[in-house]
Design a protein around this ligand. Structure first.
Ligand code: ATP
Length: 217
């Protein structure tokens, strides 16, 4: 679904991504974890066509939708209108299937998006991305600032879409525990380079990854 091959992206003289390769296969859930400034947003922006690579290539198969960091809802509009905007390019503006997939949104449909809680807004952002019936979702910092119970609810919906529809996911997260729990495979990005990759369980078991990203328990 997504194939990134030796991608280098620069801001002037500064190299934000340095030969990054990664892939997300159909039906796969893949995590990209890494600290602040590692280059995660640069990768998202490049996949969305907002930045031009200095070297390397990337390809996306099928329909990609983004759940952006910070949600970027249209605050004065209702939840229903925000969902409809998710389909502005792709035809059907029928929101019924989103309320069936994310029933929590049903009672919020006439509410103004800007007045919802952070977790409710994140659910709207997910629903908006699902409106175009994507094959692959790129989700940038879904859990930021949200309570664990809310994050667990969102993660449950992603698992369900993956299991039921084969939705592929690239989950870009600072919350490494969530990312490794949810995804089959993970990459660790540090200072623009992939420094570790493999099955999530294997990475979670590695002493370096555990010390740097999972904290002491
Ligand atoms: P965060 O989680 O804090 O958003 P990130 O992993 O998404 O971090 P990026 O925002 O992609 O990291 O930044 C990667 C590197 O590129 C950093 O060193 C950052 O300072 C630099 N950078 C990002 N945007 C720009 C820009 N517009 N101009 C110059 N340098 C930039």
């Amino acid at each position: 679904m997504i194939r990134v091959d030796r991608l280098t992206v620069r801001y002037g003289a500064a190299t934000a991504l340095d030969g990054v390769s990664l892939s997300v296969a159909a039906g796969e859930m893949v995590a990209l974890i890494g600290p602040n400034g590692a280059g995660k947003s640069t990768l998202v922006n490049t996949l969305c066509g907002l930045r031009k690579p200095a070297a390397g290539t990337f390809a996306v198969d099928g329909k990609l939708a983004l759940v952006p960091e910070g949600r970027h809802l249209f605050a004065p509009l209702t939840v229903d209108d925000n969902l409809r905007l998710g389909a502005w390019r792709s035809g059907s503006r029928d929101t019924a299937h989103i309320y069936a997939l994310l029933p929590e949104l049903t009672k919020l449909r006439k509410r103004q998006a800007g007045k919802l809680s952070g977790g409710e807004q994140q659910m709207v952002a997910l629903g908006r991305a699902l409106m175009s019936r994507p094959d692959v979702l790129v989700i940038d910092e879904m859990s930021l600032g949200l309570a664990p119970r809310v994050v667990a609810g969102l993660a449950g919906h992603l698992r369900e879409r993956n299991a039921a529809d084969g939705l592929a996911v690239l989950l870009i997260e600072q919350n490494a525990r969530l990312a490794l729990d949810l995804c089959d495979k993970a990459y660790v990005l540090e200072a623009g380079r992939i420094v570790a990759e493999g099955p999530s369980a294997e990475l979670a078991g590695s002493a370096e990854v555990a010390a740097a990203y999972l904290g002491l328990e």
